[in-house]
Write a protein of this length. Structure first.
Length: 185
């Protein structure tokens, strides 16, 4: 144990602190952006239009698959314990069982996917594939959840849970790629 303590003391303290602090700040920034994205809301029933998915994708893109996942798990945790981070006035675990539950529960997976594709290779094709798969994951979870727990009709779930958002999701996908390419450069 003493050897381990000496080894840790020999590490440059500033290097360890700076890396940890930077990581915490980046995770906190994307957590804040995801929360902010949920508050930019156009109320549509049964699922509102928000900017969350843009920040879910960007959290994985900029932070990598692990930290993007951590951001989104943290977001879900905060909402589940009742902190008003989700879109709309309802917070708590009940929100995860409402119409938006499937979308919300997919966020960590979608961030992981975008982090995997964005960090693996910086080509436009690979990044675009990561964005498309991330959005597909969010909508797959969302539509299935809407169908099984809320609407009990797959056609209605597809129309009200995906088709209505398709144009805006394409805009957000293009924005995610453009923002990443511009900032990552």
């Amino acid at each position: 144990m003493r050897k381990l303590n000496l080894l840790i003391l020999e590490l440059p303290a500033n290097l360890v602190k700076d890396k940890v602090i930077k990581r915490i700040l980046k995770i906190s920034l994307f957590l804040f952006l995801t929360i902010l994205g949920s508050k930019v809301e156009i109320p549509v029933e049964p699922v509102p239009f928000t900017l969350q998915t843009l920040f879910v994708i960007l959290s994985g893109a900029f932070l990598g698959k692990k930290d993007g996942f951590i951001v989104q798990i943290s977001y879900l945790f905060l909402g589940a314990i009742g902190i008003p981070v989700f879109a709309g006035p309802i917070s708590g675990v009940a929100r995860l069982f409402g119409p938006t539950g499937g979308y919300l529960l997919s966020f960590p997976i979608a961030a992981f996917i975008s982090g995997y594709f964005f960090k693996k290779e910086n080509s436009l094709r690979r990044i675009s594939l990561g964005v498309i798969l991330s959005i597909f994951t969010i909508y797959l979870f969302g539509i299935l959840h809407l169908n099984f727990f809320y609407l009990h009709n797959l056609k209605s779930a597809l129309l009200s849970g995906a088709a209505i958002f398709s144009f805006w999701e394409i805009v957000k996908m293009i924005a995610a790629v453009a923002i990443y390419k511009k900032i990552a450069r």
